[in-house]
Design a binder for this molecule. Structure first.
Ligand SMILES: O=C(O)CCC(=O)C(=O)O
Ligand SMILES: [Fe+2]
Length: 404
């Protein structure tokens, strides 16, 4: 007989209670990883598989996307241990109860891509353009990316992030370049600037090189990136149509390999820390496609107030990036957003950043009523300016640097 304890990483939708890592370690020592997995499956509500040399994957019966890993090694980045002065020195604490203040939960404008076949083209595009200019964010349904692509992407993400921290932070992990794995914020001087999250930021061009001896990340991630690239191009063309931008602009300037993919994981964050999962920022691309799980935590700024986005794993979130704001001469808005981590549950998201090649030139589309508000710049120049600003001030200044 064994005692069941609630795991810190327990998914709230997952009704099974599982042992903690320490408890599991004891079972594994006394029996074997295989026997422990069998024990966990004993109640018949879940299946448990041995995964890798030191972890077990647990999956709820009948729900392929409700699964999680229990790892015998520590998977969490050592946030508190590495930055003790930030977490345990009261003067560095944000000490600001308004940090997480939100006005309310909102549902983003919903664009149904299937309606394109029934509505008049102009009316349909108008709806999307209005969302891009009023909110900078919208959600799309019937987008053509099968749900199983998201499910396998999420499973892959869990496998990757549930590797021991020492492995994830190794040079060359999955054959990625050293700066792909990011956790916390080494430059933070207060908790307000810290990120309670970890991420893999991967150039799409590098996906084909991904490899690991225990996982096979290439196929799920590659499939997601290909589907996202097609959808992003389509959406960008619709939005451009409304502004009378040449429809081939995106095909001419964005190569499939010039975009990026970022896999985010937000470990549970103790409520005693006033720290965000991701600090307020805008995205430095044309469009971002974001797939998030059911946990929630994404917030965006609208009319000066923070709103929480109601999570819906059945849709894809789209947000306008800085480059589209510049190209549209300020008509479409690149809106600030951030993430609040959950106190008990880990959260996953994956963002596809639709970017041009470095040489692409972004020029505001002016008209008689509204002359250009931004000067012409190349994507390379934009990235370099951001890096310079972050180095000098710790913050991205962004588009305001390019105002005329
Ligand atoms: O995790 C999220 O919901 C947002 C992620 C995001 O904004 C980003 O990666 O730039
Ligand atoms: Fe973002």
């Amino acid at each position: 007989m064994f005692h069941l304890l609630v795991s810190r990483k327990l998914n709230p939708e997952f009704c099974l209670e599982v042992p903690t890592r320490t408890c599991l370690n004891a079972y594994v020592k006394a029996m074997s990883l295989q026997k422990t997995a069998q024990m966990l499956a004993y109640e018949g509500v879940c299946q448990a598989y041995v995964f890798g040399p030191r972890s077990i994957l647990i999956q709820q019966m009948g729900f392929t996307n409700l699964c999680f890993f229990i790892s015998m090694d520590d998977i969490e980045p050592p946030f508190e241990e590495t930055y003790p002065t930030l977490f345990h020195n009261s003067t560095a604490r944000a000490n600001d109860k308004t940090l997480f203040a939100v006005d309310k939960e909102c549902e983003l404008p919903l664009i149904d891509l299937a309606r394109l076949n029934f509505w008049s083209f102009d009316q349909w595009i108008e709806e999307m353009a209005e969302a891009a200019s009023q909110w900078g964010f919208f959600q799309v349904m019937n987008h053509g990316i099968p749900q199983k692509v998201f499910e396998s992407m999420r499973k892959e993400q869990m496998k990757i992030f549930h590797q021991p921290f020492r492995k994830k932070s190794e040079q060359n992990f999955m054959n990625l370049s050293a700066d792909s794995y990011r956790w916390g914020n080494p430059k933070a001087t207060s908790l307000r600037q810290f990120l309670w999250s970890e991420a893999f930021h991967i150039p799409v061009a590098d996906i084909s090189k991904l490899e690991d001896e225990s996982i096979n990340p290439r196929s799920s991630i590659g499939l997601f990136a290909t589907k996202a690239a097609n959808l992003a191009e389509r959406l960008a063309e619709y939005l451009a149509h409304n502004l009378r931008i040449k429809s081939s602009y995106f095909r001419d300037n964005c190569l499939p390999s010039s975009s990026y993919l970022r896999m985010n994981r937000y470990p549970p964050c103790p409520p005693s820390f006033e720290v965000l999962g991701l600090i307020p920022h805008t995205d430095s691309d044309f469009l971002t496609l974001l797939y998030q799980d059911h946990v929630g935590g994404l917030q965006l700024k609208k009319d000066g107030r923070w709103l929480s986005v109601k999570p819906n794993p059945d849709v894809l979130i789209v947000n306008v990036g800085d480059l589209f704001q510049a190209l549209s001469n300020g008509v479409y808005k690149s809106v600030e957003h951030r993430v609040v981590s959950h106190p008990k549950v880990e959260r996953y998201s994956v963002a596809y950043f639709y970017c041009p090649s470095y040489e692409a030139v972004i020029e505001s589309t002016e008209n008689i009523i509204k002359p250009a508000i931004y000067r012409k710049f190349s994507f390379r120049e934009y990235k370099q300016q951001i890096q310079e600003d972050v180095r000098a001030t710790g913050n991205k200044v962004g588009l305001s640097r390019f105002l005329l």
